[in-house]
Every structure is written in structure tokens, then in C-alpha cells.
Design a protein around this ligand. Sequence first.
Ligand SMILES: [Zn+2]
Length: 318
Amino acid sequence: MFRSPARPITSPHRLSGALSRRQLLRSAAAASLAPLLPQRLVAETAIGSARLTTVSDGNLVLPGSFLFAGMPEEELAQILAAHHVDPARVTPECNVTLWQDETQTVLFDVGSGSTFMESAGLLLDSLDAAGVAPDEVTAIVFTHAHPDHLWGLLDDFDDLVFPQARYLMGQQEWDYWWDPETARTIGTARQAFAVGARRRMEMIEDRIERFGDGEEILPGVAAMLTPGHTPGHMSFELRSGSEAAMVIGDAIGNDHVAFARPGWEANSDQDPTRGAQTRSALMDRLAQEQMLLIGFHLSQGGMGRAEKTQDGYRFIPA
Ligand SMILES: [Zn+2]
């Protein structure tokens, strides 16, 4: 089920015609990063007649304090050791979901772009490896507006990376980051997130489509409000025929602590109490229904299932 990209980095359609500015930028970026690239695993499966793939945007590098502050130390240490996670330096994957059926090519989030972290921003190369050109993407659906999910919207010239796509974001999420007050109230640790989100959202203000909890936003794609990580964080249930999968974004943000103790409040959630409630309810449902889930920061491509254990849950990669 997991494979390394089998295709060469340059797809056939790029060989004809002149190189665009964007392609030049991308080749330059690829050349400078080539020796550092992690192996880009993608996970892929069929859901009914649709194809579900995760494409890597690279990974983040975070201090454990950002994720684990306030958690019970001894138990935390045991969970992290069992998952071989270095508490000083956590390196979560960034897995963008690609949903393709007869009529649409949909991306859930767009990754970090080139200005957030050196280890992330690889989405375009991964898409290329999956055989998808940016202008073939018909819709971009955002789980939330944090940098690693939104900032890949623009290239280094502030042009839209996916010019042909429709853009969709939950109404509450949009309103929160659009509000100029947010940069003032969000706290210093996340102030750059707010300024960066607003700047990018201004570039799609005239074409953004906003939606609410429970709406079918695209054929076979239903939105489900999963707040806490951000005020308007959305998950998405994908359906084709009798099969289903759930894109959970950062509602379940890692495959160690978040699975082992979903009820623990996490400093990485903007509203830790709400985040823990959302995570516990979502985990319960995913485990009960054994529904395929795709988590943005889960390991091995992020696709798998939740399995109940004696005192929590565990992530079983697909
Ligand atoms: Zn994230």
C-alpha cells in the first residue's frame, strides 16, 4: 500500500513548451534541496470508484514543549519512548490528502510553501510524483488556516499555486483569521500565524466559498466541525459507493500521545479543553466504525485506522 514515487520528477507535460517562472523556481528549489529530501512515502487506496492518496509536504521540526507542555511527565515519557519520539525534537510528517474521482481532483490543504520551515514545502514535487499538475486541481478544501496547511497557497511571487481551483474554507475558520483582532488576541506564540493567514486569505477573498458544519461541500465530501485545534477546524467525510474515509486534519494531531491519551489537553490546540473533547469523540467514532482516517501529521503517510486499547487507542497504518 505504501510506495515511493515511481515516476521521475519531471512529468511528460512539462517537457513540451517553455519553462514557466514557477517551474524554474521549482527546479531551483528541488536542486538545492535534493540531497536533504526525506524519502517521500505516499499512501494510496481506492474508496469506491475514487482514488485516495496522501502526498507529502515534508515534515515539521518542533520542540516537544510546544506539543507536550502540561502533560503528566512520567506517563508522557513512557508513551514517547514506546513510539521512539525524541521529546526535545519532534518531526511530524505533513500529509496532504488528494481525492480524485471521475469529475474532480481535490486537495485537502496546500502545505507550508517555501517560507515556513526548511523541512516542509515539498507538495508540488510530491504531486508531480503522483502525476498531478497544479492546474489539474479542481478544488482546494482547507481543514484550518495554520501555516503548514495554508501557506502553500502562494508561490514566491505571491501568485496562486493552483490557479484553476475552487477554494473552500469553513465559515467560522475564515471569520476567525479574517478578523484583524485575531492578531492582537491570539498571543505572541501564534501572532505570525494570524498575520500570515490574513495575508494569504486576502489573495483568495474574491473567490473563497465558505461552508458550515454538516454541509455536502463537493460531490461525496461532507464537512464536520471539529473545533479546538483552531476555532473553526473542519474534518471531512469522503464517500464513494458504500465506502467512506475521514480526513481529520489536526483534530488528532499525532499518532503517539493523541492516540494513547486523546483526553489529555494539548498545548498545540488553541483551545486545549475543546480540542480534547473533539479528539475523544472523534477517536471513539473512528474506532467504533473502523473508518479509514487520514491525519495530516500521522506517520507512514497518515492513512490508517484507530484501534481501541486497554487504556486508550493506537494508530494502525493502512
Ligand atoms: Zn498542522
